[in-house]
Design a binder for this molecule. Structure first.
Ligand SMILES: Nc1ncnc2c1ncn2[C@@H]1O[C@H](COP(=O)(O)OP(=O)(O)OP(=O)(O)O)[C@@H](O)[C@H]1O
Ligand SMILES: Nc1ncnc2c1ncn2[C@@H]1O[C@H](COP(=O)(O)OP(=O)(O)OP(=O)(O)O)[C@@H](O)[C@H]1O
Ligand SMILES: [Mg+2]
Ligand SMILES: [Mg+2]
Lengths: 182, 165, 165, 182
């Protein structure tokens, strides 16, 4: 699986729709002054992968991730984050078909081998997970990324200030990282 | 399963011994099972001793040494089972210039199969990137993304980033 | 005593409102008692809203914004009751260059009555110092101090620092 | 009270006796590569002021602050940290006399108005506090610095990585800072 695109709309400080695209490998860097929204991008990635703890995302409750307004803008009614990946082994030119990755089948996407995961949260508290246009459950999102370091125990995402945690965590927590990779 | 865990543990540990030496230029770093008798439920301890220093608890290490040790373990895990991508948010905050260089070289060696996303204030770390996104807040409270292309195209500012695929 | 606490709270809070604005170039930062009715046992909440941003929980602030808010409160406390000295260990780690400049100017304004000891990797922060100590480990595991004098004397390296009084 | 000198001997990575001197005001900066001993200087200051928690000093037990040896050096038998301050209002030229600071009396030091606080810890676990050459109790050291931000609740010392704690701490912990200053 390779990373292709991330879209944020109404998520934290991303009032307007913003998009990042990637080449699938190599190094991308996100820079900018304090408070401009860099860690919010990382939060968006954790969130669309199914993060369940508002506290991990620095909020008190999950609705805290919805753009809450600024000096000149009203609060948003919903937050949407959309992550697009692709399976480089799916052959281009063929009509998009249902595929399997990580041992799990996924419905056909816009292009062959493309997997889009979208999460929405409304200010009412209602929320949705959508994989390639099909409404899915949180469980389906977790299964898609199981064992890749992007599952529920996402050791592949290190939040700001958390780098020390690997060393100060309990011995059994560290076991969980190796178990996830195994 | 217990056999899978043992195998993963052995491989990641061997990787860790090497990545630790790469980042520290020597020294000894490895994982140890807290309970050799009961692998199915054992926790994992980390021992780390920078070059020339005595083996002590990892808690006594400096801020920068702790960051490097954690990064060595993370990369060791990736070498065993690469992730599609990896997000590192200011993991270089405690590192001095020469350790940022070492961290950067290690990430570069891993980046052909994994997409790294490095959030940073460091010019050294930024310079390793082939894709650079600036986040701005011209309008207070509203984030916008600006794509800065670095490979084969002149730097240009865009209000919205165009797909590179 | 309760009266002392109330008075200290009021003065430090007024200082905090000002230091917050100094470090953020605007915005609103202040302390609030969790229990106005029972000042003798009330805890203290902190509200902070950088310029142009909506007032939200301080937990949602960025890493740099949290550091600045905490420093504003610390300096506000010092303005009320100066300490003989103050040790700050890498408190600038999360700050971008322009905020390090603001932090530095604020510390400089406080430094005539308090001795500040700033441990840092930042060249900007270092440059504010009139006394500079380098810590080295030529021999692995053994720390040595090197004094670098900056005011009115040529820079010289010393194996042991001479008293300046 | 103004800061004059700090000596470290056998404390953490300071195997040999090392000394820092200060001018009493202004800005001093401590710099150097990762792991060279900068935070250990800060730990030395916390420790000589009476820090009781080994964990705050990154150790498991208090003996962890004694130099434990390196490739070429044997472990030390004891750790000593000595902090010298002076009262600028004590008049020079007069013989050193007992004085009062912060409402507490202290015994005469080497020079008028000078206060030296020394703490020793032996690998046996025995420890000593010495104020101006007189063996004292931990309580005397705490009283000397009460309300200055250097007492048991030393808000004037911010350890590495702890700057965020002010904001994430409980409301009653923040109250303790204002109470200390009051
Ligand atoms: N739901 C929300 N609505 C609007 N703004 C929000 C929301 N949640 C967080 N923010 C704002 O986002 C900002 C923090 O952004 P972020 O943590 O991404 O900054 P950063 O670029 O990582 O900065 P630093 O370099 O200091 O770490 C804060 O100012 C916060 O007020
Ligand atoms: N009792 C001890 N005996 C010998 N060495 C020790 C002892 N306690 C700690 N050390 C060593 O001191 C070093 C840490 O020093 P310190 O935390 O002061 O570094 P630092 O200069 O602050 O680095 P950084 O910039 O990474 O924060 C560690 O390598 C540790 O092994
Ligand atoms: Mg951040
Ligand atoms: Mg340190």
């Amino acid at each position: 699986l390779k990373l292709k695109k991330l879209e944020l709309f109404g998520f934290k400080s991303f009032c307007d729709k913003e998009e990042l695209t990637f080449s699938g490998s190599g190094i991308a860097s996100i820079v900018g002054p304090n408070g401009c929204g860099k860690s919010n991008v990382s939060d968006g990635i954790s969130w669309v992968l199914g993060e369940q703890s508002a506290k991990t995302l620095r909020g008190a409750r999950m609705q805290d991730v919805i753009f809450s307004g600024s000096r000149d803008r009203k609060p948003s009614g919903m937050a949407t984050v959309s992550l697009t990946l692709y399976d480089p082994e799916a052959r281009d030119g063929q009509p998009a078909v249902d595929g399997t990755i990580n041992g799990l089948s996924y419905p056909a996407g816009k292009r062959p081998g493309e997997i889009n995961v979208t999460r929405k949260l409304f200010s009412s508290g209602d929320s949705q997970y959508i994989i390639n246009g099909h409404v899915s459950r949180l469980r389906d999102v977790h299964d898609l990324f199981m064992g890749t370091g992007l599952g529920p125990n996402h050791y592949a995402i290190i939040e700001q200030g958390r780098i020390g945690q690997v060393l100060s965590s309990k011995p059994l927590d560290r076991r969980a990282i190796i178990e996830e990779a195994a | 399963s217990r056999k899978q865990f043992k195998e993963a543990f052995e491989v990641v540990n061997e990787n860790f011994r090497k990545t630790f030496q790469t980042l520290f230029g020597g020294g000894v770093g490895e994982m140890r099972l807290t309970d050799e008798e009961n692998i199915g439920e054992s926790g994992i301890d980390i021992v780390a001793s920078p070059p020339g220093k005595k083996l002590q608890s990892v808690a006594l290490l400096s801020g920068g040494e702790k960051s490097l040790t954690a990064l060595a373990l993370l990369v060791a895990t990736f070498q065993y089972k690469p992730s599609p991508f990896c997000v590192l948010d200011e993991v270089d905050a405690a590192l001095d210039e020469s350790n940022i260089q070492r961290f950067r070289r290690l990430i570069e060696s891993m980046s052909d199969c994994t997409q790294f996303i490095l959030i940073t204030h460091s010019k050294t770390t930024m310079a390793a990137a082939s894709t650079l996104y600036g986040v701005t807040m011209q309008e207070p409270g509203v984030s916008k993304l600006v794509s800065v292309r670095l490979e084969g195209e002149r730097q240009r500012r865009l209000e919205t980033s165009e797909p590179s695929i």
